[in-house]
Design a protein around this ligand. Structure first.
Ligand SMILES: Nc1nc2c(c(=O)[nH]1)N[C@H]1C(S)=C(S)[C@@H](COP(=O)(O)OP(=O)(O)OC[C@H]3O[C@@H](n4cnc5c(=O)[nH]c(N)nc54)[C@H](O)[C@@H]3O)O[C@H]1N2
Ligand SMILES: Nc1nc2c(c(=O)[nH]1)N[C@H]1C(S)=C(S)[C@@H](COP(=O)(O)OP(=O)(O)OC[C@H]3O[C@@H](n4cnc5c(=O)[nH]c(N)nc54)[C@H](O)[C@@H]3O)O[C@H]1N2
Ligand code: SF4
Ligand SMILES: [Mo]
Length: 884
């Protein structure tokens, strides 16, 4: 017997439907939900590997106070006491919550209600500040509300899709697959990608504009001017439905009078700019998608408005297949905006600066308090912690010690904070290490509630696993603290459905159509109907019971006069320009198979195999200029910190720019955090940090020894100055390097390899003069661990060693190969894993292309299986085919 539960993927904002089935033995099978309108059965590599991340090993399973496990009563009392004392002595603004777009709507609603209505401060901000806040601010300026006009269907109905600052092939893979499928059916569909890097998304587009970092506003201002000159203005729409077009056009023309000026400012060829402009001008059905390459900027709000201006001028909004489309990152980034989880929002799209809104929410909540002013935005909030103005901080479902800019400083702030409370499902994160109180939360598979995707679609996450040990849902934890603060009556929740109903009722309260977010249809939902809820797009009201696929079809916006606003935009350079000390632009972002700080994806051997180490990408010209070789370890330095990572030299990078992934942290590498290098510079309107345009320098870093270690147990690689750990199938892999040659290699090896007193087989090879050392340890003839050390980067390939861990026993040749450092059979070396579903390596695919003459994605899938699983690696395979 098996039991199947429909739920939603906990990763990106595409919001794919997942069917989780449990068999009697407790095993879980994960599949895409064919009926879910986000994915129609598809899942990307991360979604399909969810089953590998459900183990309770590594989980936080008991509340802990000052490093000691204790019961919930004691932990909750301590949280409430800490909050109460600070509020009594220093006022409500001396406490803060820092929450997350990975909370469920119900958790988020309760956290916001407690802080704003009952503690009486607006000091609740969220990691969505780092992600969506520029989009929120730009939408409000243009549309009068934080409302996303489009849906995924519009991407399929478009004739031109512009992807600005989005690496959708890796970051919104199922949506990208839908785009590619639609291109196959409709070869006329054109895709333009605007990104300084040649990402897998860019490489599979019809046109790639490798723009100068940070210059997008100029490009879109130029487009606005061009559209006007070409007579593409939608006269009727502009006249009836908008305001300020003339000012926006006049301001745009100052810096972008013609294509040549735009091209030189954006570092592009005039022909490429013209091709983009012409495509845009002549295609009625165009969707402009934007993501972090636009949002994460010190002028992100303006950039988004520059994009929206072009859609307003042409009236390409509110109709099928067209519109500006902000993709959300986290599974519930949109839900957080609905409940008002940002410090400058109230709840249900109401605002703190409106007396009427404050009064309405206060009355509805029966709240004793309500702040009149905005709270502190994430970066300012941590400044206030450092300055001692905030004394108690409660972090939920986010890892700020890694993900906030200037992260060394964030760590200092957390260290000196009087009381740090962290709710997380994992036991070890960089932020938890700095917490006084640790509260074990339930996580995906155990928790129940709702999330809202990029296209305003509300879907259910449903539990299908037992709750382990003392873990509890976030809404329960927050409500219990509210009880202890004296608010039991207003936080009576026993079930997330009750919270959802309350949230829905508030959204409809005295909402005469002026507030975009209205899900009043659900205000009286029964528990059974909440259980059975199917995915629908808000607004959801009595008039729109099946949902609203598209907004603004009637040309009515949410501003006081109902008209959309053009916003005049003067392009601004990134706040920090490269200078003599730090000549390179530092860009950062995501890899295909990891999620943020890797607390979940880092546990999956399949996902970890795609990228095993933190790295920096740089262009061959810069590699030559700064004497950096491919595969070397390099030190990246900035005005705020440094990191040591592996160098990847690639023409996909723009000369003058570096790219580092955001994922690595203290749990997975010694010094791989890109945010140690990025300063806390933000957009003055949204408070969103400029994560894409820091500045840095690079230099190769030489070590006295290099090595790697494979072990079935997780180890602490003490003695290594550089290390990075990754999960393999049945083992952990450590890449290492050290500044000092140890007195005794065998002693060092023993300290890593032998922890228990059992009798073990042990083999070693040592060449002291050449600084080469190899050791392997066997338990009952199976390989338990092995260590390889050498004086330079010329270490043996790792792939065949991985294969040895899958074997129940090793023969004499295999044992000997471990000590000689040579694979017994050359074909065992498959190279870096490209296809995570079938573990197919780069070298195997290259060989297929060159030797077997496989010349299409289809041929490779049929012959090698690579690309035939979830499809996330198809863009990379295409790029390999193109490279030949
Ligand atoms: N695999 C994976 N997928 C994810 C996530 C993950 O951690 N891993 N996280 C999710 C989350 S929360 C988010 S917010 C989304 C983010 O999704 P994306 O925004 O698509 O991802 P990023 O890699 O942050 O950045 C996108 C691109 O912006 C480019 N860029 C940098 N500077 C500029 C510039 O000046 N102009 C332009 N036009 N582009 C620029 C970068 O080179 C990068 O390729 O991904 C979501 N999906
Ligand atoms: N340099 C650079 N920095 C960036 C970015 C970038 O592009 N470049 N992107 C930014 C963006 S867009 C984002 S969204 C952030 C993301 O950054 P974070 O939010 O810091 O990253 P996560 O690893 O997703 O952290 C989520 C935490 O919640 C825990 N968790 C999971 N499920 C639950 C649950 O149900 N309850 C609780 N209480 N905890 C849970 C996880 O174990 C994990 O510790 O990073 C930002 N930082
Ligand atoms: S695209 Fe992938 S990560 Fe995003 S929701 Fe779908 S399966 Fe999950
Ligand atoms: Mo994000």
């Amino acid at each position: 017997m098996s039991c199947a539960v429909k739920t939603t993927c906990p990763y990106c904002g595409v919001g794919c439907g997942v069917i989780a089935s449990r068999d009697v033995a407790g095993g879980v099978t994960i599949a895409g939900d064919p009926e879910h309108p986000s994915n129609f059965g598809r899942l990307c590599s991360k979604g399909s590997a969810l089953g590998e991340t459900l183990d309770t090993a590594g989980r936080l399973l008991q509340p802990m106070v000052d490093g000691r496990a204790c019961g919930w009563e004691a932990a909750l009392d301590r949280v409430a006491d800490g909050l109460q004392r600070a509020i009594r002595e220093h006022g409500p603004d001396s406490v803060a919550f820092y929450v997350s777009g990975q909370l469920l709507t119900e958790d988020y609603y309760v956290a916001n209600k407690l802080m704003k209505g009952f503690i009486g401060s607006a000091n609740i901000d969220t990691n969505s500040r780092l992600c969506m806040s520029s989009a929120v601010a730009a939408h409000k300026r243009a549309f009068g509300a934080d409302a996303v006009p489009c849906g995924y269907e519009d991407l399929e109905r478009a004739k031109l899709i512009v992807l600005a600052g989005s690496n959708a092939a890796w970051c919104h893979p199922v949506l990208y697959q839908r785009i590619m499928a639609s291109k196959q059916q409709n070869p006329d569909l054109q895709i333009v990608t605007i990104d300084p890097r040649a990402t897998p998304t860019a490489e599979t587009s019809d046109l790639h504009l490798a723009i100068r970092p940070g210059s997008d506003a100029l490009l879109f201002n130029g487009l606005l001017v061009y559209l006007e000159r070409q007579g593409e203005r939608n006269e009727l729409f502009v006249k009836q439905a908008t305001r300020e077009s003339e000012t926006a056009l006049a301001v745009a023309a100052v810096d972008a009078p013609d294509i040549e000026r735009v091209a030189s400012g954006c570092g592009l060829a005039p022909e490429a700019v013209e091709r983009f402009y012409r495509l845009f001008a002549r295609t009625e059905r165009v969707v402009t998608v934007y993501s972090q390459g636009i949002n994460q900027s010190s002028s992100g709000v303006d950039k988004i408005n520059a994009i929206i201006n072009c859609h307003l001028l042409t009236g390409r909004i509110g109709r099928p297949g067209m519109g500006p489309f902000s993709l959300t990152g986290q599974p519930n980034a949109m839900g957080g905006r609905e409940v008002g989880g940002l410090a400058n929002q109230l709840a249900a799209h109401m605002t703190l600066d409106s007396e009427a809104d404050r009064e309405r929410v206060k009355r509805f909540w029966e709240a004793p308090a309500m702040p009149r002013q905005e709270g502190l935005k994430a970066v300012d909030l941590f400044d206030a912690i450092e300055a001692g103005r905030i004394r108690v901080l409660w972090v939920m479902a986010t890892n700020p010690a890694v993900s906030l800019p200037d992260s060394d400083r964030i760590r200092r702030a957390l260290k000196q904070c009087e009381l740090v409370i962290v709710s997380d499902c994992m036991a070890a994160t960089d932020t938890l290490e700095l917490a006084h109180i640790r509260l074990p939360a339930t996580t995906w598979g155990e928790r129940s509630g709702t999330v809202t995707s990029s296209e305003r679609r509300i879907s259910r996450q449903r539990a299908f696993l037992e709750v382990p040990a003392e873990a509890r849902p976030d809404w329960w934890i927050i409500s219990q603290v509210a009880h202890r603060l004296g608010h039991a009556r207003q936080f009576p929740y026993q079930h997330p459905g009750e919270i959802f109903r309350e949230h829905a009722a508030l959204s409809g309260l005295e909402n005469d159509g002026r507030r975009a977010f209205d899900i009043s249809l659900y205000a009286d939902l029964s528990d059974a109907a909440y259980e059975a809820l199917t995915p629908r797009q808000w607004p959801l009201t009595a008039a729109t019971p099946t949902g609203t696929p598209r907004l603004f079809g009637d040309g009515e916006f949410f501003t006081a006069d109902g008209r959309a606003r053009f916003v005049p935009v003067s392009p601004a350079a990134p706040r920090h320009l490269p200078d003599r000390d730090y000549p390179l632009t530092l860009n950062s972002g995501r890899v295909r198979d990891h999620w943020h700080t890797m607390t979940r994806t880092g546990l999956s051997p399949r996902l970890a195999s795609h990228t095993i180490e933190p790295y920096v990408e740089l262009h061959p010209e810069d590699a030559a200029r700064y004497a950096v070789t491919e595969g070397a370890l390099v030190c990246i330095e900035s005005s705020t910190g440094s990191a040591t990572v592996r160098a990847r030299v690639t023409p996909a990078q723009r000369p003058g720019s570096l790219f580092m992934p955001m994922h690595w942290n203290g749990q997975f590498a010694a010094t791989g955090r890109v945010n140690a290098l990025l300063p806390g510079v933000t957009d003055p309107l949204s408070g969103q940090p400029e994560f894409k345009q820091g500045r840095a320098r690079v230099a190769e870093r030489w070590f006295a020894w290099y090595g790697f270690l494979f072990s079935r147990r997780q180890l602490q690689p003490g003695g290594a100055d550089y290390w990075a750990r990754s999960r393999g199938a049945g083992f952990w892999r450590y890449e290492m390097a050290g500044d000092q040659i140890p007195e005794d290699w065998a002693g060092m090896a023993r300290s890593y390899l032998c922890s228990e007193g059992r009798e073990v087989g042990w083999m070693e090879y040592s060449d002291r003069a050449a600084n080469r050392y190899r050791a392997a340890r066997f338990v009952d003839n199976t390989l338990e661990s092995c260590l390889f050390i050498g004086p330079d980067l010329q270490l043996p390939p790792r792939d065949w060693i991985e294969a040895l861990f899958a074997k129940a026993s090793l023969d004499a040749a295999e044992r000997a190969s471990l000590l000689s450092g040579r694979a017994p059979d050359k074909s065992a070396d498959v190279g870096r894993i490209v296809c995570a579903c079938h573990s197919i390596g780069e070298k195997r695919i290259q060989e297929g292309i060159r030797v077997q003459g496989l010349n299409s994605v289809k041929a490779i899938a049929e012959e090698l299986k690579a690309g035939s699983g979830c499809g996330s690696c198809v863009p990379e395979i295409r790029a390999m085919l193109a490279a030949g």
